[in-house]
Design a protein. Sequence first.
Length: 399
Amino acid sequence: MPKLIHWEACCGCGACANKCPKSAISMQPNHEGFLHPVVDAVMCVECGACEKACPGLSAATNPLAEPKAFAVQHKDDSVRYQSTSGGAFTAIAEEVIRRGGVVCGAAMADGLTVRHSFVSDIGGLAKFRNSKYVQSEMGHCYVDAKRFLNAGRLVCFSGTPCQINGLYRFLGKDYANLIAVDVVCKSVPSPMVFQKYVEYKRGKEAHLSDIVFRDKKRGFWYCTMAHYQTHEERQQGKDVYRRGSESDEWLRLFLSGKISRRSCVTCPYQTSHRVGDFTLGDIWETGNTRFDDNRGSTLMHIWTPKGMAFLACIKDSLRMEPFPIEKSRGIERAQAVCLHSSRGQLFEDAHRLSADAFFAKYAPYTLKIRMKQGGRYLLWRLGLQNAVRHFKHLIIHRK
């Protein structure tokens, strides 16, 4: 039997399953809802291909001693509005498609599950915009990526750092026609608990079919979780639900770290050792009022000569200015993820309790939460929210 990474350190990228020549490995959810490799001992021929592909068994590399960093915004403000931050990923992806390439990213699929998939038209990029705060299923996307690369097509592949390292380990080499984009990642929360959240909300919103984790209707500085009955109503801004991180049950659980994957506790990518050509993340203050307009900017790090060459090709689509590396936040995680003492009971209850009872226990909508929600909304209405946020930022990050 192959000796893969210990299950607690497994990131669930699926590189091993994609690499197995006998299809002897399948990705199956564990008790916490996270996918892990399961090996069929009868089908396995012990070739070792899965071990070579496992990113947990191979350290990440950083081609440039020091990256270049920029604050960027897509010049199309409608694209920027739909994006989590400044729309940098769309600019990269659009250029790839203009050259006849394909783009792979995480999208909300049927049943409000998150899966990686490919698109080859610019219109299809809309489903990749905006962060999905739940771990995505990779499926056979690594196999498909290799097929496109070997056919000579340009491929843009985006994902968390562990997923990008999984792609490299699966491929066994870098490709000149591969543009790899990793995102700054706090941690990945349980898909099983997310489906519990969907069940809970559908008990109150019968026609819920679209969720936006970082909706900008109230601006970038007050991103909110928003629910829509249809994608068309999302385009029109007709939400049926809207709450911020202070009150939405899913965001509160996710940000607490209580439902994060165990491997996130020892994540090796929260350092300057990244794996992609580009790393994209939020930037809340650039020091330039032209960029700090409450519509979102992206902090872009470029790690490779290939990335720098590609940036030169997309610069006309972006507003862009250099950002000092020493002031750059977003490579390193601000706070470590810890295993909470209630973790075991929480996941037991996720299986045992009804959706209403589960969230009443672990994310109750109390009077205190309602007051925080009302206070934050009032600050936004009065135009004071950014001043308060800026003051908190100075207190938290003061030397």
